[in-house]
Design a protein around this ligand. Sequence first.
Ligand code: HEM
Length: 139
Amino acid sequence: MGSLYERLGGIKAITGVVENFRDRVAGDNRINQKFAKTDLGRLREMLIDQVCEAAGGPCRYTGRSMKDAHAGMKVTSGEFDALVADLVATLNHFKVGKTEQDEILAVLGPLKTDIVEVESSEVGTPLPRTYEPAPALSR
Ligand code: HEM
């Protein structure tokens, strides 16, 4: 099979991955405080489109750049690593193969410098009061 999108199993499989990942993050006290102001319906849509497009599927991501979306959130490198660990747990849950996992992690790695603002292994840090979330999807 060709594209990563096809190998993952298309839009239904990607939707399942995003929902499992969202539930895992929601229960992870190392990072869930950062989502205090977030419209989770929007985030679900944005993550599905982003993963689908990055994997070579027929979607178009219309959200903010990774730098803009996470600016002012004060995400630490420890929190970034915790989120990636939750994603790996989700991929293992769905029995996504090592080749596909490595392809996904290779896309995410370079985003770290756009997302992490605090070089620290600390986790569970609060969302700054000044953080401005994205508007909810009007649909
Ligand atoms: C490779 C890692 C990551 C990717 C690919 C990613 C991707 C995204 C995407 C696509 C959005 C939606 C942007 C929009 O609505 O315009 C988003 C929003 C968000 N991300 Fe991330 N993210 C990553 C890491 C993190 C980390 C480490 C945290 C915190 C621990 C985090 C917290 C958030 C929050 C709270 C929002 C919602 C922003 C809002 O309220 O508007 N993200 N992320």
